[in-house]
Ligand binder design. Sequence first.
Ligand code: A3P
Length: 299
Amino acid sequence: MSTIKYQKIDPNNSNDPIDKKLYKYLINDFRKGYIEVTDKKYVFTQYYTEFIEKIENFEVYDTDIFVMSHPKTGTTWTQEMVWCIGNNLDVSDEYLYLRFPWLEGTTQFDLRDASNALPSFFYNEFFTNSLEYVRKKPHPRFIKTQLPWDLLPRQIRTGERKPKIIYVYRNPKDTCVSFYHHYVNIKSFGGDFNDFVELFLNGRYSFGPYPAQILSVFQEKHRNNVLILKYEEMKRDLNAVIQEVCKFLNKNYSEADLVKLQKHLSFEAMKTNKAVNFDLLFGEGKFMRAGIVAKKHDN
Ligand code: A3P
């Protein structure tokens, strides 16, 4: 039995205008309701309750490599970097979401009574049963997760298994702007930018609140299987971050090869690399939106 406590967020029994907005703007065919989890009030889709226990009990291996993040903080960029470093700098044209799948992805897409209008891409196992899809990947497995530390598989939390975990975070203002555009692109948000900022600041969206997630990971940064990266640092000095990740993954490459890797990971190269974009979901060229650290935040 899972010991993780959660409760339904019920806008009808709440006078909180933010919860009413959550239900007004962030409900759709595949997200029918929300819950808050633990006393940190992490927000998840109602569907997640069907997977809490399976995620807690998910078998992890010391050889697994996780990229962990909050949505829109440079996850995909970090995944591609980690994939290349972990695979002899093999630039793969297989879709990233297949070779580096999202552990809890399924919890975000309750497709059981979604209309048939959804693209067929959604009906693959990495969406319909991501835990099973990840379980079957060849080892070493490369796994994305956006769960906070306290909701990771138990073996990671207790230290019984020590997969490598690379966490990336980004300043919350750019994260919020990026997230808003993300929802607009996938036609999953009914409000305007100000509504979105309000929900983001109150942590009332799937995977919120962001500060609680960051703290949950920083509390674990003493572990030698955890490496924390920052989006802004990747922008400022990608080479230094690549070196740090190589060291963490015990990999050695020539300088010339690392220069090639840097080019492969540049925003311009990633924008046109079909394997790391989600064109079927977002529309062509839309996922890699701006890729900047904004100086000014007037959207
Ligand atoms: P913007 O929407 O601000 O452009 P995630 O992968 O976590 O969803 O994060 C997506 C964000 O990372 C997007 O931010 C995207 O443009 C940015 N990103 C992806 N690859 C990048 C790269 N090579 N350089 C800079 N930013 C990148």
